[in-house]
Design a protein around this ligand. Structure first.
Ligand SMILES: NC(=O)C1=CN([C@@H]2O[C@H](COP(=O)(O)OP(=O)(O)OC[C@H]3O[C@@H](n4cnc5c(N)ncnc54)[C@H](O)[C@@H]3O)[C@@H](O)[C@H]2O)[C@H](O)CC1
Ligand SMILES: [K+]
Length: 490
C-alpha cells in the first residue's frame, strides 16, 4: 500500500529536514531530478539534449527555485534555456543567480511568443505545494501559447494540490517530478499530472514519524491478497458464505447481477434471498436461492439493496440483514432506505461492520449534500457520521473508513457508468466481506477488480454490466499476474 500526504504534512516534514540540511541542498537534489527528467523527455521527443531549447516558467517561490536550478543543470548539458519570471522581484534569488551563472537567459515579455513557439520542452515552475487557485493571467497567457510537452515541478500549477480540483486555467503536464511524497493531486487528477516520478528526499513521513498518510493506494499485492488461493483444507464454507438480498419480482435483473458477481468473484457459497429466486437459480445454479431472508441459511456477510425497493418490504429486509451481526454492504435502494428511514439502522449492532456504496446522487440523499470539490473530506465525514466504510463511486472511487483512513482507487473507465454496474460491485464486495476481509480493504479490492473488469469488458467500446460481471475472473487473474511480475499495478 502506498501513502499520499497532503501539502500540510509534506511541508511540516520538509521544514524538519530543511532545519538540518545545508541551505539549498534539498532544492538542488530536487532540481537535479527535474533536469534529468527533462533531458529524458528531450531525448524522447527530439532525439537529443544538447542544442535543444527549454523554457522555464518561474513563479515567486521555491517551486520556481527548483525550475531555475534545473535550468542551470540543463545549461551544463548544452541546452538553450530561457526563463520567464512571473514575479521578477520575488524569483528565488539563489536559483536565479545559479541560472544566470550557467548562461541561462531571462526572457523579456516581448520575447515570450518567440520562446513559447521554439521551446521543445516547457518546465512549469509557477507554483507547487503553496498553490492557491488557478493560474493567474500572466502564467495562463504563457501556457496558452505552449505547444511543446510540459514538465511540471512537483505538481501541475493551477490544480489544487490537496483535492486535484481545477476551477480555472491550469497546466496540463506531460509529466511531473514530485518530491518527498506523492500529494493527493497525483492520485485524484492523474490526467493533469501525466507520468509522475517521485524523488525521495528522505522526508520523515509515515506512522513511525507520527505522520500517517492522508490517503493510501492499494498495490496489486494488496488486491491479490484479497483472493487467497483456496488450500486443500478449504471448502465452500471456509471461503465464507455470501448472502445477496436484492431484486424484486419486478426487477429480478439486479438480483441476477449481484448474485452472479458474488459467484464469479469468490469460490465460497452464495445464498440468494428474495422474490427473484427462480430467475437467479436459472442463471446461477450454484446459488442456493430462497424466497426470503428469513428462510435463508447462515451467511458470513450480506450484500443488500440492488433492486430491493424502498418501501416497507425493502425496509424489513434491510433491517433483517442488519440485525444478523455479520458485515453488510448496503447499496442502491438500501442506501435510499437508510436516508429515508434512518430508524432502519437501529437494527444494527454497533459492532456490525457496514459498507455504504453511494454514487454522488445517493451520497446527496444520504448526507443532504453532493460530495463537492473535496471528495476525500466528504467521504471521510460520511464514514464518521454513519460509523461505516463509505465507498464513494466516481472516476477515482474513494473508500473512507470511520477512523479517517481513505483509499483512492485506480481511475475507473468511463464505461463502468452503465446500468447494473453497481449491482456487480456489490456482489463482488459481498463475496469479499463473507471471506472475512477487513471491510475497508474489501471495499478497495472490490473497487479495483470491478474497475479492471470494466476495462477488460469494454476494451475501448461500450459494454454492459453482464459483460463486466463475466470479466471479473479475468480481472482477478490480471491482478495476480501483475503481482507475480512485481508490478505495483498503478
Ligand atoms: N522547501 C524546500 O527547500 C524545497 C521545496 N521544494 C519546492 O518548493 C515548493 C514549495 O515552495 P513554496 O515557496 O512554499 O511555494 P510555491 O513555490 O509553491 O508558491 C510560491 C508562491 O506562489 C504564490 N501562489 C500561490 N498560488 C498561486 C497561483 N495559483 N499562481 C501563482 N502564484 C501562486 C504564493 O504566494 C506562494 O507563496 C514545492 O512545491 C517544491 O517544488 C522542493 O520540493 C524541495 C526543497
Ligand atoms: K509546478
Amino acid at each position: 500500500m502506498r501513502g499520499v500526504w497532503t501539502t500540510a504534512g509534506v511541508r511540516e516534514a520538509e521544514d524538519e529536514v530543511l532545519a538540518r540540511t545545508p541551505d539549498g541542498a534539498l532544492m538542488q537534489r530536487a532540481a537535479h531530478a527535474v533536469a534529468r527528467r527533462a533531458a529524458a523527455m528531450l531525448t524522447e521527443h527530439t532525439g537529443g539534449v544538447s542544442g535543444r531549447r527549454v523554457l522555464l516558467v518561474v513563479g515567486a517561490g521555491n517551486n520556481g527555485g527548483d525550475a531555475l536550478w534545473a535550468g542551470a543543470f540543463l545549461r551544463n548539458r548544452g541546452v538553450g534555456v530561457g526563463a520567464v519570471l512571473l514575479a521578477p522581484e520575488k524569483a528565488h534569488a539563489a536559483g536565479l543567480a545559479a541560472f544566470r551563472r550557467s548562461g541561462g537567459r531571462v526572457v523579456s515579455e516581448s520575447d515570450v511568443p518567440q520562446w513559447t513557439e521554439r521551446a521543445e520542452l516547457v518546465v512549469d515552475g509557477v507554483v507547487g505545494i503553496s498553490a492557491r487557485g488557478p493560474l493567474r493571467p500572466a502564467a495562463a497567457d504563457v501556457f496558452d501559447r505552449v505547444t511543446a510537452p510540459v514538465l511540471a515541478v512537483d505538481l501541475p500549477s493551477g490544480v489544487d494540490p490537496d483535492t486535484g480540483a481545477v476551477d480555472g486555467p491550469a497546466v496540463h503536464a506531460t509529466a511531473t517530478v514530485t518530491f518527498g511524497a506523492r500529494k493527493p493531486v497525483h492520485l485524484l487528477n492523474p490526467g493533469r499530472c501525466g507520468d509522475v516520478t517521485l524523488v525521495d528526499l528522505g522526508l520523515p513521513l509515515g506512522a513511525e514519524h507520527g505522520r500517517s498518510p492522508e490517503l493510501r493506494q492499494l498495490d496489486v499485492a494488496d488486491v491479490a491478497a484479497a483472493w487467497p488461493v483456496p488450500g486443500p483444507e478449504d471448502d465452500k464454507y471456509t471461503q465464507g458464505v455470501a448472502g445477496i438480498a436484492a431484486g424484486s419480482a419486478t426487477y429480478p435483473g439486479a438480483a441476477v447481477l449481484a448474485a452472479g458477481a458474488a459467484v464469479r468473484a469468490t469460490s465460497g457459497m452464495v445464498r440468494y434471498a428474495g422474490p427473484a429466486a427462480d430467475e437467479v437459480r436459472s442463471w446461477w445454479p450454484e446459488v442456493v436461492a430462497t424466497g426470503s431472508v428469513a428462510d435463508a441459511g447462515r451467511v458470513q456477510a450480506w450484500a443488500a439493496g440492488p433492486g430491493l425497493g424502498t418501501g416497507r418490504d425493502g425496509c424489513d429486509v434491510l433491517a433483517h440483514v442488519l440485525g444478523q451481526g455479520v458485515p453488510v454492504c448496503a447499496d442502491a435502494d438500501a442506501i435510499t432506505l437508510v436516508a429515508t428511514r434512518p430508524e432502519v439502522l437501529d437494527a444494527r449492532d454497533p459492532d456490525t461492520p457496514l459498507v455504504l456504496t453511494p454514487h454522488d446522487g445517493e451520497f446527496a440523499r444520504l448526507t443532504g449534500d453532493r460530495p463537492g470539490a473535496d471528495r476525500v473530506a466528504a467521504a471521510r465525514a460520511a464514514a464518521r457520521r454513519f460509523d461505516a466504510v463509505v465507498l464513494l463511486k466516481g472516476h477515482h472511487t474513494l473508500v473512507a473508513a470511520p477512523d479517517g483512513r481513505v483509499l483512492v482507487n485506480r481511475p475507473r473507465g468511463a464505461w463502468l457508468a452503465t446500468a447494473g454496474s453497481g449491482d456487480v460491485l456489490s456482489g463482488i464486495l459481498g463475496g469479499l466481506l463473507a471471506a472475512g476481509l477487513d471491510p475497508w480493504l474489501a471495499a478497495g479490492a472490490a473497487a479495483d477488480v470491478h474497475a479492471r473488469a470494466g476495462e477488460i469488458a469494454a476494451a475501448g467500446v461500450p459494454t454492459s454490466a453482464s459483460q463486466v460481471l463475466m470479466a471479473v475472473p479475468e480481472a482477478i487473474r490480471q491482478v495476480r499476474a501483475l503481482c507475480d511480475d512485481g508490478s505495483s499495478g498503478a
